[in-house]
Design a protein around this ligand. Structure first.
Ligand code: HEC
Length: 120
């Protein structure tokens, strides 16, 4: 009985930290850095992206008001997680897509997603 109580007391902070950890993971990224990352990766060579100088590519769809889109690339529901997934590995989602895997890191994908969600 006592051992169990002690065990619970020990576990409680761990569980709380665990929850906190999850929260950090789903925290939206940094849109300012996302904007810089979009320039670095050159997404604008294929997409029109409002707020990004020189982003006037026509190969892909315009990302204007992308936050309001219901589906991404016509196949994924438009949620932050799926957006980040698409940006990281588009051909895993849709093998026939013309959008290449650009080796975007997980945190860059989150930041880019945060920026794209400012486009309403
Ligand atoms: C070589 C051209 C090319 C590059 C570079 C490129 N994309 Fe794309 N992207 C596409 C194409 C083509 C589509 C349409 C995909 C489809 O419908 O299958 C697309 C689709 C998308 C979509 C979904 C748009 C919608 O209307 O549903 C997003 C978001 C996106 N790209 C973001 C990015 C980001 C962020 C980068 C930079 C990391 C990037 N793209 C780089 C060609 C490109």
């Amino acid at each position: 009985m006592t051992a169990r109580t002690v065990c619970c007391l020990l576990l409680l902070p761990l569980l709380t930290t665990g929850c906190g950890g999850d929260k950090v993971e789903s925290t939206p990224g940094d849109p300012q850095h996302g904007r810089a990352a979009i320039r670095e990766y050159g997404c604008g060579s294929c997409h029109v992206i409002p707020g990004i100088g020189g982003a006037d590519g026509r190969t892909g769809p315009s990302l204007e008001r992308i936050a309001k889109r219901v589906y991404l690339a016509g196949v994924l529901p438009n949620t932050p997680d799926d957006m980040a997934r698409w940006i990281r590995e588009p051909e895993e989602v849709d093998p026939r897509t013309a959008m290449p895997n650009m080796g975007v890191s997980e945190s860059d994908a989150r930041d880019i997603t945060a920026y794209l969600y400012t486009l309403k």
